[in-house]
Design a protein around this ligand. Structure first.
Ligand code: ZN
Length: 493
């Protein structure tokens, strides 16, 4: 049934710009302070208080816009968006409506469906349009959960009131939940690379709403769209879209009509609920903010910001594939953050072996660091130290198994590698004669297993490898050990 329908998704992402102070006053934007401690007349919405635009917000917004290939308008207008809500004491939000900060952007990313194990398949490069990115102030927060009398009372915390937001509105370009997922993941990477938002969805510094509709394949016109809110992780976004697509198809197949409304995702029940019928723009009675002049951005400033932009994540990913021959998945992992990308490149350069640098960082180092909640950039294992370890492996002086044992010790202390190698009883044994002698002893001590192996039970080969590694404290050169065992265990040898 699903094949009969096409899906159309558009996304609105609210990103808190991580300036130290708010957009129209000098209060702190710090998260987690005592409720209502970071407030003043402006962000409390007291009568007569006047907003003054924070210059840093304009710089951060310009950076973000350029990284998303948006055209920054030389003049944009702040408007009042009128609505009533307890966490909005002014009764309006200062936002932008006509003449937004920036328009006509796009991103190009690798995207595709996922197989049963969650791995991407049929990846292809796709371009998604970004209609506009405008600036606005965040509202306060209504608190219910975990508060006294929370069944009858609502508490209001205005610390968040006036935090700068960039609202990034996409074109309705997504044709599956996974495309939407990949796009938001990419936005997070970009914002992290240009350091304008910390993209923590659980703390609400990045929030995402989705518009989704379905239509019969071959139809031009869009179906009635439903807005999904309360998607505080990328995973929830993807699941909520899947649920909603199925729900809409069921409604239509049952002879009903999809209603234009806003629905909330419930993460505990894995379903969406109707919240309210959707407002149209005219319900907000937008008009230009009389207390703020038009926002002017000079071309010179735009060019200065553009020149200072870092290489962006998709370009880094592509370069890692081309320059180092990495697979898409490896390149994707290693370009996840700017710090990690830099770490990989420094290790590859110092070790002269990009492939093993990629493998060791992705398969071993990141796992060990994650387990200890250490960021790669603050780890004691600097690129130089990891490269030293890889050079020792490449030179045959320590075995891969030994290196895996050494890595956690390198994370715990900055002890020189030579000392660490001593502490585990010295380097790799590459001397075939020495190993041959040990294998002889192992064979002599395990006649029953030898007989079974020679009788056809080949799985016992692993048993002998294990015995050899145990006898040598994992120091046996794996390749030589393998060849020797094959030779010496063979019938008639
Ligand atoms: Zn304030």
């Amino acid at each position: 049934m699903r094949d009969k329908y096409g899906v159309v998704i558009g996304l609105e992402v609210h990103a808190q710009l991580k300036t130290d102070s708010k957009i129209f006053c000098s209060c702190s934007t710090r998260f987690g302070d005592d409720p209502n401690s970071n407030t003043c007349a402006v962000c409390l919405g007291l009568p007569g208080a006047l907003p003054v635009l924070n210059e840093k917000v304009v710089e951060f917004a310009t950076k973000t816009a350029l990284a998303l290939n948006l055209r920054v308008n030389h003049e944009s207008i702040f408007s009042r968006k009128n609505y009533f809500y307890p966490d909005l004491p002014k009764g309006y939000q200062i936002s932008q409506y006509k003449e937004p900060f920036s328009e006509h952007g796009w991103v190009e990313i690798m995207t595709g469906d996922r197989d049963e194990t969650g791995h991407p398949r049929d990846l292809q490069l796709k371009r998604f349009g970004i209609t506009r990115m405008h600036l606005e102030e965040d509202a306060g927060k209504s608190l219910h959960d975990g508060m006294p009398d929370s069944d009858t009372r609502t508490y209001v915390d205005l610390n968040r009131s006036g935090t700068p937001l960039a609202e990034i509105v996409s074109e309705p370009d997504f044709r599956s939940s996974w495309e939407a997922y990949d796009y938001v993941q990419y936005l997070r990477r970009v914002l992290q690379y240009v350091e304008t938002c910390d993209t923590n969805m659980e703390e609400g510094s990045l929030r995402c709403d989705a518009n989704v509709s379905v239509r019969l394949v071959g139809t031009e016109a869009f179906g009635t769209k439903v807005e999904l809110k309360n998607l505080n992780s990328v995973r929830f976004l993807q699941r909520a879209l899947e649920y909603e697509i199925d729900r809409q198809i069921e409604v239509i197949e049952g002879g009903g009509e999809v209603v234009q409304e806003t629905r909330l995702w419930n993460e505990h029940e894995n379903r969406t609920y109707s919240m309210r019928s959707k407002e149209d723009a005219h319900d907000y009675r937008y008009f230009p903010e009389p207390d703020l002049p038009p926002l002017r951005v000079e071309q010179e400033m735009i060019e200065r910001v553009r020149a200072a932009l870092p290489e962006l994540p998709e370009a880094v990913r592509r370069r890692f594939c081309e320059e180092f021959g990495l697979s898409h998945e490896d390149a994707q992992v290693l370009s996840a953050t700017r710090a990690l990308a830099g770490y990989f490149e420094a290790t590859a350069a110092a070790s002269g072996n990009a492939r093993s640098s990629a493998n060791w960082i992705k398969n071993e180092l990141l796992r060990e660091l994650d387990a200890r909640k250490i960021e790669v950039e603050s780890s004691l294992v600097t690129p130089a130290r990891l490269a030293e370890l890889l050079i020792e492996i490449d030179g045959g002086r320590i075995s891969g198994a030994q290196a895996k044992e050494l890595l956690p010790r390198m994370i715990e202390a900055a002890t020189p590698l030579a000392e660490l190698v001593e502490s585990i009883g010295g380097g790799q044994i590459n001397d075939a004669d020495v190993l041959r002698e040990i294998v002889r002893e192992i064979i002599a001590a395990n006649p029953k297993q030898l007989e079974q192996y020679r009788g056809g039970k080949e799985a016992l080969f692993g048993f002998f490898v294990g015995q050899l590694m145990k006898a040598t404290n994992k120091k046996a050169n794996a390749q030589i050990a393998n060849d020797l065992l094959k030779e010496m265990l063979a019938p008639g040898s």
